[in-house]
Write a protein that binds this ligand. Structure first.
Ligand code: SF4
Length: 505
């Protein structure tokens, strides 16, 4: 097995940095159907550029490199313990090289292990099979989309759709509801893997396994194939759009399976994956561990660029702002404005927000731009370098943000997916705005960071620490302003009305 570690390291690196062809095709189609000049179309332009940048530089497509989940099939007689050990070594090495963000956190102490290893991480499933080669498949699914997974126990009553019964019509309603509910929080346009039936735990697992199907395959079950097509059509009429900005591209894939269930239970489990749909696989020689074949991609096909331009498509109407910001500046902004932020901004996500409830900030946050981001950072010599730095899902900070705005005078919050009514009210009262950056565009935004000025609260772990970043022309869209307007609330309401029209198939 002399080549095993190298093969697995290449699998992890390619999965994190190079989207498979079926996902690229689906994203091209999504970009083509979107109306040019809309916010959703601008978001897709940035996403396509980001996909190119990641592949060109072998950098992480998204800073959230997710929970690595391996599915391994081995011929009878192959030593699975050895493969397990090799996977652990390779995950630590890929983390050290910045291909994976340190993502494994002790659930009791909150301590990040720093190398992506810990109890039950990474996730590994082993099975024997009757073939002669080893097969290893890997999916990297981030927290933002993982949080959008949903499980329904039917019969149940759904917002806008009414009762979902124990039949395919009820299943259809559950899937549409899950897509609608995700809005932009899971970095739409996304894809769903669905399991009808099974029990709660296995149903979720089987739903996730559907994400190992290619997006362009056809379900061998005629009834499920029909449902997959219909869901794609209906979901893309909802109007969620890229990042939940409102638009035509909401779903790039729907893959459904059915498993037997207990008579008393009827679960519909939905695994939601984002546009950064990172999944690849390899076949390995069972003696040497060398790669004999790639799954989902043909390495002899040159990777084609997806974006027409690597630049943010400027219209000339963008508002250039330099941090720190004044109350007057932020009150002059309104929903829909595109801003280009320069100057110092501070990262802060879950642990920073929690910490700020009982600790003074380590820096003066008056007028500050607070970026919901857990970057991938590498120390090169004595300097920290940003390797990936897209926004994280902001709604998790809803319990804290109003207090942060009031107490510390933050003027702009950058994140993705928007925030709730409490934050919106605080923005109006204290003078602040929410700026939606493009979720997953980790390479695109990393390039706007000109310098790492410092870091505080490093004991919270690299993704959770407060990084002081000097940015230049960081592009984002005002989606919540200081006048009580929220694009997120508007899109949710409008798409809810469309969903209600889908009550009957
Ligand atoms: S693209 Fe969005 S949802 Fe997907 S992993 Fe990245 S931040 Fe999370």
């Amino acid at each position: 097995m002399e080549f095993l570690a190298g093969s697995l390291l290449e699998l992890v690196t390619q999965t994190s940095t190079n989207l498979p062809p079926d996902v690229r095709s689906a994203m091209s189609l999504a970009a083509n159907v979107e109306t040019p000049g809309t916010q959703s179309s601008q978001a897709l332009d940035i996403i396509l550029s980001n996909i190119d940048m990641a592949a060109d530089d072998t950098g992480a497509i998204c800073q959230d490199t997710g929970m690595p989940t391996f599915i391994v099939h081995t011929p009878v007689g192959v030593n699975q313990i050895r493969i397990r050990k090799a996977i652990l070594e390779v995950i630590a090495e890929a983390t050290r090289r910045g291909k994976l963000r340190p993502n494994s956190v002790d659930s009791i102490t909150g301590k990040n292990s720093g190398n992506n290893l810990g109890t039950e991480t990474p996730v590994m499933h082993f099975e024997q099979w009757e073939e002669n080669e080893i097969e290893v498949k890997l999916i990297l699914k981030g927290g933002g989309c993982e949080n959008m997974n949903a499980q329904y126990s039917v019969p149940c009553t759904l917002d806008h759709l009414g009762r979902a019964d124990r039949n395919l019509e009820g299943v259809r309603k559950c899937i549409l509801h899950a897509v609608w509910k995700a809005q932009g929080h899971g970095c739409a346009p996304g894809a769903v893997g669905v399991c009808i039936g099974s029990d709660r735990a296995h149903g979720y697992e089987l739903a996730k396994m559907q994400l190992f199907r290619t997006l362009d395959d056809v379900n061998p079950d005629a009834a499920l194939a029909k449902m997959e097509t219909e869901i794609m059509t209906e979901a893309n009429k909802l109007g969620v759009g890229a990042m939940g900005f409102g638009g035509k591209a909401s779903l790039i894939g729907c893959k459904i399976m059915a498993a037997n269930r207990l008579p008393a239970s009827f679960f519909v489990s939905v695994a939601y994956d984002c546009w950064a749909f990172r999944r690849l696989g390899v076949r390995l020689d069972a003696v040497s561990g060398a790669i004999t074949k790639w799954l989902y991609r043909d390495p002899s096909d040159a990777v084609q660029n997806m974006a027409e331009s690597a630049e943010f498509p400027l219209t000339g109407h963008e508002v250039a702002l330099r941090a720190p910001l004044t109350e007057e500046q932020v009150r002059s902004l309104k929903v829909g404005d595109v801003v280009l932020i320069s100057g110092e901004c501070f990262t802060g996500r879950d642990a920073v927000h929690h910490h700020l409830m009982s600790h003074e900030p380590p820096a003066d946050l008056r007028g500050a731009v607070l970026y919901h981001c857990g970057p991938v950072m590498l120390k090169e010599g004595s300097e920290w370098k940003v390797k990936a730095a897209g926004p994280t899902t902001s709604i998790r900070e809803e319990p804290y943000e109003a207090t942060v705005l009031e107490r510390y005078g933050v003027r702009a919050v950058i994140g993705k997916g928007g925030m709730g009514p409490k934050t919106l009210a605080a923005m109006k009262q204290f003078g602040a705005v929410y700026l939606n950056a493009i979720g997953g565009a980790a390479q695109f935004y990393a390039r706007t960071v000109k310098k790492v000025l410092g870091v505080d609260w490093m004991e919270l772990g690299i993704p959770e620490a407060m990084w002081h970043l000097e940015v230049e022309n960081f592009a984002a869209i005002v989606t919540m302003d200081a006048h009580g307007n929220s694009l997120h609330a508007k899109v949710e309401q409008e798409t809810g009305a469309v969903l209600a029209g889908m009550r009957e198939a």
